[in-house]
Design a protein around this ligand. Structure first.
Ligand SMILES: [Zn+2]
Length: 367
């Protein structure tokens, strides 16, 4: 045990040296990501410590924080959560990431995910006129499946005022995070092009989805920023057997040929490592594979990403960017229950450590 402990300590000490030592890790796995809901104000200091001692020493170089309306927006103060991050809080996070050479990317879910369970999100609570399905009432008790097919609400991408609001909060967040990239969500959009929507009814759903992606992309690009998003709506869940969650079963998949190729696609698959990253790369997109709780899925995604990078011609190789661990509990709860929880439990942290262990093996000078 003692020997094992010494090896473990040695590896822990050596790892930051190795990651700083060279570009070799960046060569084999350029994006080494971690995605989690942003901490609440009271959790910021703990989270900064986690960035310094949990993420950076293991080689993470990209942190996506799902902020939503957990920020004291000046452009639209009405949208702020009651307990929201201040500018000073965000500066602490940005400073920690800068010090640790981590690319910090804020996220707001655009288009879909405008409600969760029985709760309406802030955007539609304050701007009910943006609702794609105003006739679907929020339930007192949420169950799935339900008669309305309500997973989450969407905003109407053709409402003439919606971009004025969402682009303002998106720009403000990017400014305060001092970042050149923004993650727009865009996953699991179930309501789109609804026949009863006076603007969208009768339109092609793939074109509607692509139109919204392109509008967000173009706005970000004008300001020198890159768009990141989840990839599921660009996959055909019926043809490929991937279903309606990690792929689309509502006609949006053809949007893959209609949206700009310089978007970074985050390709989440939690139960299995399916060969979707090559599909995106062959189409011209840059892609990162994303696991959740199952360590074997994270490890497979690393191994496959590395193989594709190794075997592809130069043009294709660079599109296989890497991997990003996802966390779907609040930051405080994650720190309490997963980061400081039982080793071996099925959770994001244990998936992360398995995945990053596999990344470490890829480094040519790793011992
Ligand atoms: Zn509409």
């Amino acid at each position: 045990m003692k020997t094992l402990f010494c090896l473990w300590v040695g590896a822990a000490v050596l790892w930051p040296v190795l990651t700083r030592a060279g570009d070799s890790l960046d060569e084999v796995m350029p994006v080494r990501g971690f995605s989690i809901p942003a901490p609440r104000p009271a959790e910021v200091d703990r989270f900064v410590k986690f960035i310094d001692t949990g993420l950076a020493p293991r080689g993470v170089n990209t942190l996506v924080l799902l902020v939503e309306y957990n920020f004291q927006f000046q452009t639209h103060p009405e949208l702020r959560d009651r307990n929201a991050l201040s500018q000073e809080d965000v500066k602490k996070l940005a400073a920690a990431c800068r010090k640790d050479h981590i690319h910090l990317i804020p996220q707001i879910d655009l288009l879909g995910h405008q409600s969760a369970g029985k709760s309406l999100g802030s955007l539609l609570a304050h701007y009910p006129e943006f609702d794609e399905t105003p006739w679907v009432k929020m339930p007192e008790r949420y169950t799935w499946p339900n008669a309305d097919g309500l997973y989450c609400k969407s905003y109407c991408p053709l409402h003439p005022k919606v971009h004025e609001v969402v682009f303002a909060v998106m720009d403000e967040l990017c400014d305060v995070f001092e970042t050149d990239a923004f993650h727009a969500g865009m996953d699991e959009v179930f309501y789109i092009g609804e026949s009863k929507c006076p603007r969208c009814g009768g339109r092609d759903k793939a074109e509607l989805f692509a139109g919204e992606v392109t509008a967000i992309h173009d706005h970000l690009r004008e300001k020198g920023r890159r768009m990141w998003m989840w990839s599921d709506r660009l996959l055909d869940g019926k043809a490929n057997g991937l279903g309606e969650w990690e792929a689309s079963a509502n006609g949006t998949a053809r949007a893959i040929d209609l949206v700009p190729k310089d978007i970074m696609l985050c390709d989440w698959h939690y139960e299995r490592a399916v060969p979707t990253a090559p599909y995106f790369a062959m189409k011209g997109f840059h892609v990162v594979s994303c696991p959740w709780k199952l360590p074997e899925v994270g490890v497979w995604q690393v191994q496959e990403m590395a193989q594709w990078r190794k075997r592809s011609p130069a043009e294709l190789k660079d599109r296989f960017e890497g991997v990003m661990q996802t966390v779907w509990t609040g930051a405080g709860s994650f720190l309490d229950r997963e980061y400081n929880g039982k080793p071996g439990a099925t959770n994001s942290w244990n998936c992360f450590t398995a995945m990053y262990g596999e990344i470490k093996k890829l480094q040519p000078d790793a011992k």
